[in-house]
Design a protein around this ligand. Structure first.
Ligand SMILES: Nc1ncnc2c1ncn2[C@@H]1O[C@H](COP(=O)(O)OP(=O)(O)O)[C@@H](O)[C@H]1O
Ligand SMILES: [Mg+2]
Length: 382
C-alpha cells in the first residue's frame, strides 16, 4: 500500500488536551464502514477513521479537497454521487469498483444519501463497505484456525516421538558399553547420532518453548535487529532498505519472539532474491483494523517486501503449514513458527505475492497494558 501520510497514532482516539468526543461522533468513529460527507460540489467535508484507512489519507489534510483531486480515476463513484446531487434521491450501488490512487481498485457496497438541505445544499452522506476486506477477513480467520490445528497436530506428534527417542538413545549408550569391538560400537554410535538428529528436528517442530516475556517495546527494536542480522548473513549484492513510521506507539510484546518471527520471514526474502535483490522493511500503523474476528483500535504492521520471483503458485495456500517447503534444503518450519509466535501476540502474518513483488505483513495489535494509561484495544468484534 502506498501510504502518503501517516495518521497520527492516538491511543485514546483523541489527544489528552482535546475536548471529549461527542457520543454521536464516537459512533461514527468506531464504525468499520467508511463514512464520508461531501458538499454539492463534491468537496470532502468529513471522513471517519475507516474512510481515512480506506482512502489512505488523513481527514485533516483532505478537508475541502475535491473528490476528483483525491481519486482522479474513480469515475463510476463520481457519476453516482452527481446523480444523487441532481436527483436528490438516495442511491445504493452494490459491488461497485472503486479506483483508488496508488493501489489496485477495490469492490465496495456504496450507499449515497442526500443530507442537510439548508445547512449544506446538495450535501451527501456516503457509506462505503469494503467487500474485498471482508473476504480477506474471513480468509484470515480460516488461515488462523488452519495454522492452529496444523501446529497442534505437529506438536502432539513431536511430543510422542520425543519420549521414546530419549529411551532409544539411552539404551544404545548402555549397549555400547557392553560391546567389545570398535566395529560393533560403530552401530550404536549411528543410533545415538540419528537419535540426536531426530531430537533436533523434534525441538524445531515444537518451536520456541519459553513463555512470552512481554514488555513495552518500540517496534523498531525488532526491525533493526532483523535488519542487522540479515545484512550480516546476506550476500553482498542484496540491498536492505527501511521505511519506518517513527510515530508508532510502543507495543506490549516479547521482543525476542517477534525478532524470531520477523527473522524467519526476512530470511525467506533473502533466499528468494538470491544475490542481487532488494529487500524493504516497512512499518506502519492502522486505526480501527480487524484481525481475524477481532477489531483493534490500533494495529502496528511490519512489512517485509522483496523483489524475488514470488511464491510458487502451487504453494501459495500452503506456506504457513508446517513442513511445507519449496526449497531442497528447507524444513518448511520457518513460516509456521513465525505465524504461531505472532498469534501469541494476538496478531497475524499475511502475504501477497506476485513475481517481482512479495510482501509479508506482520500485523500486531497494540493492546491494553495493565497499569498504564494506554488503552488501545477496542476489544470490539467486527
Ligand atoms: N519471500 C518469499 N518469496 C518466495 N517464496 C517464499 C517466500 N517466503 C516463503 N516462500 C516459500 O514458502 C516456503 C516455506 O517457507 P518456510 O516456512 O520459511 O520454510 P523453508 O524456508 O524452510 O522452506 C519456502 O520454501 C518458499 O517456497
Ligand atoms: Mg524459511
Amino acid at each position: 500500500m502506498n501510504v502518503k501520510h501517516k495518521p497520527k497514532p492516538d491511543p485514546n482516539g483523541h489527544s489528552p488536551m482535546a475536548p471529549l468526543r461527542r457520543p454521536d461522533e464516537q459512533i461514527v468513529d468506531n464504525l468499520t464502514t467508511a463514512v464520508l460527507v461531501l458538499d454539492g460540489e463534491l468537496r470532502l467535508l468529513s471522513l471517519n477513521p475507516a474512510a481515512e484507512a480506506l482512502l489512505d489519507v488523513s481527514a485533516k489534510q483532505v478537508r475541502g479537497v475535491k473528490l476528483r483531486q483525491l481519486l482522479p480515476a474513480a469515475e463510476i463513484f463520481e457519476t453516482a454521487l452527481l446523480r444523487v446531487v441532481d436527483s436528490g434521491h438516495p442511491l445504493t450501488e452494490r459491488d461497485m469498483q472503486l479506483a483508488l490512487t496508488g493501489a489496485p481498485p477495490i469492490a465496495v457496497d456504496c450507499v449515497i444519501t442526500p443530507v442537510g438541505e439548508h445547512a449544506l445544499p446538495g450535501g451527501l452522506l456516503v457509506e462505503l463497505l469494503d467487500l474485498d476486506r471482508h473476504k480477506q477477513i474471513s480468509r484470515e480467520e480460516q488461515l488462523m484456525s488452519q495454522n492452529e490445528s496444523a501446529r497442534a497436530l505437529v506438536r502432539g506428534l513431536a511430543h510422542e516421538i520425543r519420549n521414546p527417542l530419549g529411551g532409544l538413545r539411552g539404551a544404545a549408550q548402555l549397549l555400547e558399553r557392553e560391546l567389545g569391538t570398535e566395529e560393533l560400537k560403530e552401530y550404536t554410535r549411528i543410533i545415538v547420532h540419528e537419535a540426536d538428529r531426530l531430537q533436533a528436528l523434534v525441538d524445531r517442530l515444537l518451536g520456541p518453548r519459553m513463555l512470552p516475556s512481554k514488555r513495552l517495546i518500540n517496534i523498531h527494536e525488532v526491525t533493526e535487529r532483523v535488519r542487522a542480522l540479515i545484512q550480516a548473513e546476506a550476500p553482498g549484492g542484496i540491498v536492505v532498505d527501511r521505511d519506518y513510521d517513527p510515530s508508532i506507539p510502543e507495543l506490549y510484546a516479547d521482543p525476542e519472539l517477534l525478532i524470531q518471527a520477523t527473522l524467519n520471514v526476512a530470511q525467506n526474502a533473502v533466499q528468494a532474491v538470491a544475490d542481487a535483490g532488494h529487500i524493504l522493511l516497512r512499518t506502519r500503523v492502522h486505526r480501527q483494523y480487524t484481525i481475524g474476528q477481532r477489531r483493534h483500535r490500533l494495529v502496528a504492521r511490519i512489512d517485509i517486501c522483496d523483489n524475488g520471483a514470488g511464491i510458487r503458485e502451487d504453494l501459495k495456500d500452503l506456506i504457513f503449514y508446517p513442513m511445507v517447503t519449496g526449497r531442497n534444503d528447507g524444513t518448511g518450519l520457518g513460516l509456521s513458527i513465525a505465524q504461531s509466535l505472532v498469534n501469541q501476540h494476538a496478531g497475524l502474518i499475511e502475504c501477497h505475492s506476485e513475481p517481482g513483488n512479495t510482501t509479508f505483513s506482520i500485523l500486531l495489535p497494540l493492546v491494553n497494558v495493565p497499569g498504564t494509561a494506554f488503552d488501545a484495544d477496542a476489544g470490539a468484534h467486527a
